[in-house]
Design a protein around this ligand. Structure first.
Ligand SMILES: C[S@@+](CC[C@H](N)C(=O)[O-])C[C@H]1O[C@@H](n2cnc3c(N)ncnc32)[C@H](O)[C@@H]1O
Length: 830
């Protein structure tokens, strides 16, 4: 049998949870509910007395079940928190005072029901505990006899113990029907049992002995004869000082050995007799004769039987063993052959309510099923999460996952692309950087997308789809990351607006721009008027003219840069528009400051446009100068100055500061800087690489620019100065404070002016009043102490301000209080 835990969480069983759910103060509530369900005494009661009622769950149940306007009185040694429609007070049910208080509340009425769920403080020996419990039950019974109406019901808790039968006997004398039962909510490990006594006989006179624990439990008080102790500890002997037992005036007691075999209490014989005799009585004893002849009855046994009073523990054991063997031979029941007969237990322990039991079982099954499903769901989610993580970290190739799943098109597959397609998510697939994806163009995209160009091979299709799905997931990942990480978000925004470095044209991009061209041509033909230009991710090149020599517009733009100007046969006759070229796409002008750690200040956009104009103008002037444009560009930066004359350049990274130092000290020239720009990272072939790969690579594979100690220190200092500046909120708060102080001062000034002009006052009085006003104004308002809110009841585990609490507050718990007190105590001791 499984042993129920008696401590820790083992105690928090379903009744505990149910009680919490229903707002009962203790799980004990269900014991009364179940008892009442069976005997139905609450509904018919108008007056109820609950002895030992704290914390009050039985009172709660009674107030719910009893008719409106009933009188319910509860008493306990411990205080009971008020319960609506219930009178409760503190008191010891064994005292006269409590009896008197009950009388004052109940007045001339009589109780229909008296409940008693009392449990004395446990912790002493079991026998002592149960005795006290029985005594308490008898005490409650005493009160019940005084306050119960004729025919009334008395419900009490008793422990299965020696006193149990005696209590039952007393109850039976006073009630018509006495039944003992154990409700299902009472723990199996608990020895408690509930006795429901119905039909109080209300006798005119009750023999006080019935209600006196000394006489009811007389034998116990005296100390029951402990045969076991006598037999197994024969050395410890207690002399009888009271003389011989009543009616027994012989010192030597003898009993036939056959009776020792037949008796059910062999210890009693071993403890109280001197000899087991084998002598045949006058009328003959067959059993004794048989026993005498049995081989088990050895000489040794016979010697032991001669004088029991001289035997020790070992010899008694041998005799008991002999008895058992003989009983088996005679066919008498032994412990081995029969189940133990419970003589003491008279209580009929039945299940309380079949329906309730079934409901509970059903609930348990449901809970189990739900728990299982929840676990499975969690596992599934965890698995998926892990796979996505692995994928994002580049630890899994998409095909691996595809194989693990039921198939890439399986229902639970993360590559359930049909669903993705249905939802139009494919249209959001990014085909590398600077891809031009038109929202309404999903179908076309699928056909002409990454490497497909209309191929029908199903394997390739699947791979494409997987790739697209991967890109989608990467987009999701980026979305999620930018939600979490403000820095990343800013970086992305910058990338989206500024479009990063020029990376050349990938095959896909060419493809897509070609597609676009085709599409645009066809749409122009078919529907010129109502076709609103579809929104593309990048529109700068869209507006440019298509290449007249078969090149895409993007390619046309690229080759229309100045450096290709003199090379014949690239662009034919088409002349690029200079303003378009510099519209952020020109690599020469696009080498932006943030890359070098130089950040433009607030009027960035305004200046940028100015700068663009200047640059384009200058470009016109210096068309043949090639790289000199860069120089002009840098000069532009240097030319902008703050009102105090300092250049308007903000250096924010240690790398940029190092470079600035090097340039300023002549360690590096501008040619060195240009030279440094040509490195292994500058011309990396990224054609056909997925975006997630490029991004990942970009994080780790980049040129490491040197940093000097002095530059790092300068940046650190700069940041410290920046951090030392008060934030906006603090500045506002300070300004508010200043403003209020000024207002107060103004008020004060007006008041003192009034006082000064008062003619009815002497100069001294005026001076005194003004002084008073000033000192009053200078006095600081005392800070309101924080209100302590105990985290219990409704306030347990809440976040934020508790309900109904204004001003400053602090949430404390009783435990914290205790711990603080303990700390104080300990520090005092030291
Ligand atoms: C198991 S609790 C009762 C629970 C209660 N029926 C309920 O539903 O909340 C036992 C109570 O008996 C009380 N008790 C024990 N001895 C008592 C006495 N002599 N007089 C009054 N109350 C007593 C204890 O203080 C304790 O609160």
């Amino acid at each position: 049998m499984a042993i129920q835990k008696k401590h820790g969480k083992g105690r928090l069983d379903k009744y505990y949870k149910l009680a919490k759910e229903k707002g009962y103060r203790a799980r004990a509530a269900f014991k009364l509910i179940q008892l009442n369900k069976r005997y139905g005494f609450l509904e018919s009661s108008r007056v109820l007395l609950d002895l030992c009622a704290a914390p009050g769950s039985w009172l709660q149940v009674a107030s719910e079940a009893m008719p409106n306007g009933s009188l319910i009185i509860g008493v306990d040694l411990s205080p009971i928190k008020p319960i609506p429609k219930v009178i409760s007070f503190q008191g010891d049910i064994t005292t006269e005072k409590t009896r008197h208080t009950i009388r004052t509340h109940i007045k001339t009425l009589k109780a229909d029901t008296v409940l008693h769920d009392g449990a004395p403080n446990v912790g002493t020996a079991w026998a002592q505990d149960s005795f006290n419990q029985a005594e308490l039950a008898l005490q409650s019974m005493k009160l019940a006899t005084e306050f119960l109406v004729e025919g009334g019901t008395f419900v009490t808790k008793v422990f299965r113990s020696k006193e149990y039968n005696k209590l039952l006997w007393v109850f039976n004398q006073l009630f018509n029907k006495v039944e003992a039962t154990k409700p299902p909510s009472s723990r199996n490990v608990s020895a408690e049992i509930f006795v429901v006594c119905r039909g109080f006989k209300a006798p005119r006179h009750i023999d006080p002995k019935f209600l006196d624990p000394r006489s009811v439990f007389a034998e116990l008080a005296e100390g029951a004869s402990n045969n076991e102790a006598k037999v197994f500890k024969p050395e410890v002997k207690k002399r009888k000082r009271e003389g011989y037992e009543e009616g027994d005036y012989t010192q030597f007691k003898e009993i036939p050995a056959s009776q020792f075999i037949e008796t059910t209490d062999p210890l009693d014989i071993l403890a109280n007799y001197n000899k087991l005799s084998f002598e045949q009585p006058r009328n003959g004893d067959v059993a004794l004769a048989a026993l005498d002849k049995m081989p088990e009855t050895t000489e040794e046994i016979r010697i032991y039987c001669q004088d029991l009073k001289v035997l020790g523990r070992r010899e008694f054991k041998i005799l008991l063993k002999w008895r058992l063997n003989s009983r088996e031979t005679f066919g008498l029941p032994t412990k081995k052959t029969t189940a133990p007969v419970v003589t003491e237990e008279v209580a009929q322990v039945e299940s309380m309510d079949e329906e309730l039991r079934i409901q509970e079982q059903l609930q348990a099954l449901k809970d189990k099923e739900q728990g299982k499903r929840k676990r499975e769901r969690r596992k599934e989610n965890e698995k998926k999460q892990k796979e996505i993580m692995r994928l994002q970290l580049g630890m899994t190739a998409p095909m691996d996952i595809g194989l693990e799943q039921a198939g890439p098109l399986g229902q639970d597959s993360i590559f359930a692309l049909k669903d993705v397609e249905k939802k139009g998510a494919v249209s959001q697939i990014a085909k590398g950087r600077m891809a031009i994806v038109k929202q309404a163009d999903t179908k076309k995209d699928l056909d002409s997308g990454i490497g497909s160009s209309g191929e029908t091979d199903s394997e390739d299709d699947e791979e494409d789809r997987l790739e697209r799905e991967l890109d989608n997931m990467f987009e999701d990942y980026k979305e999620r990351r930018s939600m979490r990480d403000a820095k990343y978000k800013a970086k992305r925004a910058r990338q989206e607006h500024e479009d990063g470095e020029w990376e050349g044209l990938s095959a896909d991009e060419q493809q897509s721009s070609d597609d676009e061209e085709l599409e645009e041509d066809s749409s122009e033909e078919s529907d010129e008027e109502d076709s609103e230009p579809t929104k593309s991710l990048l529109t700068d090149l869209d507006n440019g003219p298509a290449g007249s020599d078969g090149l895409s517009r993007r390619a046309t733009s690229f080759f229309s840069q100045d450096i290709f100007k003199d090379i014949p046969g690239i662009l034919g006759e088409a002349e690029p528009e200079p303003s378009k070229l510099d519209d952020g796409e020109n690599p020469a002008t696009k080498k932006t400051a943030p890359e070098n750690g130089i950040e433009k200040t607030s009027k960035k956009s305004e200046r940028l446009s100015k700068q663009k104009n200047t640059v384009s103008e200058e470009k016109d002037d210096n068309e043949d100068d090639g790289f000199e444009i860069v120089e002009q560009h840098i000069d532009e930066w240097e030319d902008r100055r703050l009102p105090d004359g300092r250049p308007d350049i903000d250096i924010i990274t240690a790398e940029a500061m190092t470079l600035a130092h090097q340039l300023a000290t002549g360690q590096k020239s501008k040619y060195d800087v240009v030279d440094d720009g040509f490195n292994k990272h500058a011309f990396r072939d990224r054609d056909g690489l997925p975006e997630w790969f490029i991004e990942d690579e970009g994080q780790h594979s980049k040129p490491h620019k040197p940093i000097t100690k002095a530059a790092a220190a300068a940046i650190k200092e700069k940041l410290r100065a920046l951090n030392a500046r008060p934030i906006k909120k603090v500045r506002e708060a300070k300004a508010r404070k200043k403003f209020k102080a000024a207002q107060r001062l103004e008020k004060l000034r007006k008041k003192s002016d009034l006082l000064a002009s008062d003619e009815g006052m002497t100069e001294k009085e005026k001076a005194d009043s003004i002084q008073k006003l000033l000192s009053k104004a200078a006095r600081k308002k005392p800070r309101q102490p924080a209100k302590l809110v105990v985290a219990k009841g409704l306030n347990r585990g809440i976040q934020g301000r508790p309900k109904g609490v204004k001003g400053r507050y602090k949430i404390v718990d009783a435990r914290m209080k205790k711990e603080l007190r303990a700390q104080k105590r300990i520090s005092k001791r030291k």
